[in-house]
Design a protein around this ligand. Sequence first.
Ligand code: FES
Length: 524
Amino acid sequence: MGAWSFPSFTHPLISRTIFEKPIIQIPLTQKLTSSVPVILSKKGNFKSFTAISPTAQTTEESENSLSVDQETEAENQEEKFDWHAQWYPVMPICDLDKRRPHGKRVLGIDIVIWWDRNENDWKVFDDSCPHRLAPLSEGRIDQWGRLQCVYHGWCFGSSGDCKFIPQAPRDGPPVHTSSKACVAIYPSCVQNSILWFWANSDPQYKDILLKKKPPYIPQLDDPSFTNTMLCRDIPCGYEVLIENIMDPAHADREGGKPLDMSIQKLDVNGFTSKQLFVNSYFIPPCMFYGSFGSGGDPSKKSTSSAGTTEEPPPPVPQKKNMLLLFYCIPVSPGNSRLILATSRNFGDWLQRFFPRWVFHIRQNLVLDSDLYLLHVEERKIMDVGPLNWHKSCFVPTKADANVVAFRTWLKKYGGTQVDWGTKFSRLLPPTPPREQLLDRYWSHTVNCSSCSLAYKRLNALEIALQVISIASIGIVAAGKQGIMSAIARNTLVSMAVLCFVASKWLSHFNYKTFRYHDYDHGLI
Ligand code: FES
């Protein structure tokens, strides 16, 4: 996914002598301020991460240099990132259909999303009917705007309360009022045109939105910026997806100037990295973003999930600004979801002119390019155990600073991997056939309002071209000599051939764009 990774900015003043500084530089006294605690911590400080020597190292030396300072680890052993008390992005609003419920899985939790027209709001419920556990996402919205399970017709209102049980006698006890007839409801909100949900339905979090909001990016709501979003299910886990997104080096496989990246601060609330004039931010659990080509408006500061006001992106005031945001969502072991958002206030005429699916062609191709690599890499990491990532991977350059920082954060605060609770055995699913691994249709097209519409229309155009082709040949065949001029006959035959060729080309285009594109690095 290199083309999206933050670019390798090179500068003539940057010496080619590298590694004189540590990969990770963390001030000893720096702390993140937070209005709402994200952690159950007693100590928020961090001490040191050892740099990596540029000179040839033995594997053992490398292992030592990458390991988190043991003393620090011991001191921070009570600091934990609570995976189940966080906001998670679910879907871009533009890809949600208000007419029907949608089933999604996030952090191993099956949820149903539906539009509550009575409260004019999106709702997120547990995707399980309290009657006989049928998935509510297979249900429908009834004429009164309630969520209805289609198995036996139970209906549910805005707060998860059961409104109607068809089989309950009208003059019998009001069984629908039992608390056992209610569906668990998750706190949810719309922020930056994305639906978010709080991954815990415990009543203590009912008003969590008043205390803690999802990360907010002002540029995404700024009318002077043009935004596009893409959402795709990814057949590899959250950990390898997010480190791939953070890794700018694989965008420069040919090797330009070595990247000079350093970590400015790292604690339980994430980390900030710097590469020349590009600052990047990891805000756990899902968000990684960077700002390019501008100092931006200092008033436009991003706000972290903890309510923390982050440093403004680059300090040099410029007018042009571009943001690249990645929301990496843990779905289940071996599966994740990516929401990509781009936001810019320059050179955006293309985005204003063309529909979203046109941009998704390139973006999906970039995603395809690394999917198989990540899928295999993840299995190898599982073979050695996530705890041993620092030992099994040799990461000697500053270009790996973000990846090392993420793995360090994961090890120190995140329990080495996503906390799935008791839901999964943590075993990865078996490797599917390549066609399924690189599938675009189920992983993206069906869920994307723009691509699904384009796919339907282009399919209709393909059929229309075939019909015109056959009809033209039919007319020529049926026409008697002398009735139709030679010019007319030639025109019809030419049209038939052209339409046939165009329909074939369109069929190929549709398949590669919306269904499956076999990305072969050896032939690209
Ligand atoms: S399972 Fe839902 S109504 Fe019976």
